[in-house]
Ligand binder design. Structure first.
Ligand code: 5AD
Ligand code: SF4
Length: 455
């Protein structure tokens, strides 16, 4: 059986796909790079916003159409098996299993990947056995309090950065968010286990490790907190840089900020998801901080980690958000001056507290108007922040090479996560270079190797 796996959504899903590849390879399934060669198509899905759902639904129909045309996966006599993994599996289990138009073959939630070989086997049996009767499709969306996959070593493509999940799940229940329902309760891997995986990564030539968790800085295992974990991981010699995502503002104790400040391997970049700048909306979202506390935290982060880069997530158009609430968000954005921001229109999710308690009453046109304004403001701020680097020398880790227009162009990231492009060839991915910044736009810096004259 040949399997093609496609991934949607966040970095945690990318990591989970690497776990899935490892589990399937151990069970002797062949993973193929092209869907046309596959008998089974797995879609590792995301449920965070409606758009993510829609993409997957469209994709399922596209796979079926391609098969009918004889161009897609499966063979002439045998349609491909389609399996849905990830957050949509837990969130939309009933729809996925009962929707005849979708007609997928099996589903597996984020804590059920060890059962995938059995589920695929079962799905094949049901296909062969009988298609005339109403058949119960194989599924497992049980959420576990313990599963961390700490005994599975992910199958990764070689590269510069490796994802490494150190905890899974979330206990916060922000009212807009579906993650606590799709991924279950928080659980962490042991420090030794994470360090062991990092050592193997270093042995395979990875230079950077990004520690992942839905709520990464609430990591806690056998008396060790996230600050302890960062220090322990930084002991792995060949790893040059450590990043982490996604944190919650409530879990930035001074101890953690001090470790980020003084540990040279931990990148000086903190993601501080604001979500809203209005106290009334923050309360409705159950984010557990006020705008004043958030501003205080941002100031403290800057004080304790000089030169730190800050990024954020913001939702516009949450239930009952007024113009004044939105203005309050713009105001916090201006006051903090994030280096970059991810912005989203509120998208009501099935099963969340907001869906049950509040009305999604901000019209789509207003959400669009607000996100456009927010993005315009952020673009100005990002440009100002990036321009301030012109003339500075930054240390860049080379992560990618080549673009559509120019095969020699190099891409790297500065310690603060800013994307930097270089024109000089002759370097290897994974190199750490001293680069002088000569130009800046809102999303990218342009640099030259230090010592090279600018013509
Ligand atoms: N609608 C819009 N954005 C959302 N996010 C999470 N849930 C929703 C939702 N229902 C955003 C938050 C979070 C980021 C990962 O996605 O800003 O920080
Ligand atoms: Fe969702 Fe809030 Fe948990 Fe982040 S902290 S995953 S936004 S519930």
């Amino acid at each position: 059986m040949k399997i093609f796996l496609e991934t949607y959504g966040c970095q945690m899903n990318s990591y989970d796909s690497e776990l899935v590849c490892s589990i399937l390879a151990k069970a002797n399934y062949a993973l193929v790079p092209k869907e046309e060669e596959a008998d089974v198509v797995l879609l590792n899905t995301c449920a965070i916003r409606e758009h993510a759902h829609q993409k997957v639904y469209n994709r399922i129909h596209e796979i079926k159409r391609a098969h009918k045309r004889g161009q897609g996966p499966g063979t002439r006599d045998q349609k491909p098996l389609i399996g849905i993994l990830g957050c949509m599996a837990t969130n939309l289990r009933t729809d996925l299993l009962e929707n005849r138009r979708l007609d997928i073959d099996f589903i597996a939630g984020p804590d059920s990947y060890k059962r995938l070989p059995a589920l695929i086997e079962q799905a094949m049996q049901t296909e062969i056995r009988d298609t005339r009767y109403e058949i119960r499709k194989p599924f497992d969306v049980t959420l576990s309090e313990f599963e961390t996959y700490s005994d599975v070593y992910p199958r990764r493509e070689r590269g510069v950065n490796a994802w490494l999940a150190v905890m899974r799940g979330c206990n916060n229940f922000c009212t807009f968010c579906v993650v606590p329902y799709t991924r279950g309760r928080e659980r962490s891997r042991s420090v030794e286990n994470v360090v062991e995986e990092t050592r193997r990564l270093a042995g395979e030539g990875f230079k950077q490790v990004t520690l992942l968790g839905q709520n990464v800085n609430s990591y806690f295992c056998e008396g060790a907190d996230f600050a302890d974990l960062l220090d322990a991981v930084s002991g792995v010699e060949a790893i040059e840089r450590i990043r982490f995502t996604s944190p919650h503002p409530k879990d930035f104790q001074d101890k953690l900020l001090t470790v980020v400040a003084r540990n040279p391997k931990v990148c000086k970049h903190i993601h501080l998801p604001l979500q809203s700048g209005s106290n009334r909306i923050l309360e409705l979202m159950d984010r557990t901080y006020t705008r004043e506390e958030f501003l205080g935290l941002a100031a403290k982060v800057r004080r304790l980690i000089p030169g730190v880069a800050l990024s954020t997530d913001v939702i516009v158009g949450f239930c009952s958000e007024t113009d004044a609430d939105f203005e309050a968000t713009l105001d916090v954005m201006e006051q903090v001056g994030f280096d970059s921001a991810f912005t989203f229109k509120y998208s009501q999710r099935k099963g969340t507290i907001a869906e049950r308690k509040y009305k999604d009453d901000v019209p789509e046109a207003i959400k669009t108007e607000r996100i456009v304004r927010l993005n315009e403001l952020q673009k100005e701020i990002s440009l100002k922040k990036n321009r301030a680097h012109i003339g500075q020398t930054l240390e860049i880790l080379l992560e990618n090479k080549g673009s559509k227009h120019s095969p020699d162009v190099l891409y790297g990231r500065a310690d603060g996560n800013q994307l930097v492009t270089l024109d000089e060839g002759g370097h290897t991915l994974g190199d750490l270079l001293q680069v002088r910044i000569i130009d800046a736009s809102p999303n990218i810096l342009k640099g030259v190797l230090k010592g090279v004259a600018i013509s």
